[in-house]
Design a protein around this ligand. Sequence first.
Ligand code: CAA
Length: 380
Amino acid sequence: MDFSLSEEHLMIQQAARDFAQNQLLPGVIERDDAQRFPTEEIKKLGALGFLGMMVDPKYNGSGMDTLSYVIAMEELSKVDSSASVVVSVNNSLVCYGLEAYGSDAQKEKYLKRLASGEIIGAFCLSEPEAGSDATSQKTTALDMGDHYIINGTKNWITNGSTASVHLVIAQTDKDKGHKGINALIVEKDMPGFEIGPKENKLGIRGSDTHSLIFNDVKVPKENRIGEDGFGFKFAMKTLAGGRIGIAAQALGIAAGAYELALKYSKERKAFGTEIANHQAIAFKLADMHTQIEAARHLVYKAAWEKDNGINYDLSGAMAKLYASQVAMDTTVEAVQIHGGNGFVKDYHVERLMRDAKITQIYEGTSEIQKIVISRSILKS
Ligand code: CAA
């Protein structure tokens, strides 16, 4: 078994690290404060190929593997998870969903522009009463013959006001349960599509989270992804890969906080020596380092399984469950190691701590991951 990264993976890691340090770090505190979307930064990430990393080059993607994607996600998330969530949603949920399950015409019309970063996309599943319980969709997509009519509201949608293309999951036939759900491609300019209020969030404040309202939105049938009734499975299959991306984001948040805490503890002196020389701090660093390394192995393993055609539902859920817990624990300790400085914005760790929390919530809460994991191990 070879645990070393290839030359190509190391180059991607360096490119993402350079981008994070040179392009994301300078304005990250200000964007977080002002809740400002990283518009220019996302454009640059698109130009560098980070928005369609795993997409086939014939659809304007970078043609890379999932391991490259998680390596990039880790590096970007060490600095700015508001930017990395855009990368994650566009890559794992929107581009992957379209490339794996979309028609040729949908790939030509939408995937090419999404993968090149010309436009970005959103994945619209959550509703006020259908976050975890994803089968209970209240948004309807009524079948009108050659088109669907969508009505309803979606909540907490990442890229809500910035996306040009929305993959919307909605109920067509309630009696059929999850088999009556469809996934439809909705363009932001379609009449009846309305962007609701922006959320004022604890973390990832630079990202763009909105409710979306659908009032008799007419969507042509050719915009349905897959067969009639495939929408729920589409969402589940797509989210299974999305969880690997969010696990990598959590890993990056943890590693970013750890790197800052390590540096600080070698500089800051107390009781006549650098605080790293006190076991109270050194033991925290030892725990953080060990947990991050364990999380990284889970994330890489899930990515490796996806790249090798192995079912990754279990490994992706385990990676997300564990990495998000490590992100939470590590960022809290990083703030503690920084003492009073950790509580102020200039030192970055308080933002990382706030950002960590969402990784235990979106693309399935930790409790949902435990459902997926326990079902999988009990079935096997
Ligand atoms: N792959 C393929 N099929 C799957 C699947 C998967 N990973 N998971 C479930 N299915 C299939 C099942 O096989 C079943 O099909 P059959 O009836 O044909 O056998 C069908 O889907 C229904 O499955 P379940 O009975 O297991 O469904 P459930 O209602 O018990 O729900 C759940 C399972 C895991 C709890 C699911 O509802 C879930 O994942 N919920 C969380 C949803 C979520 O992640 N929301 C986050 C929103 S998106 C987001 O956060 C994006 C963002 O902005 C960043």
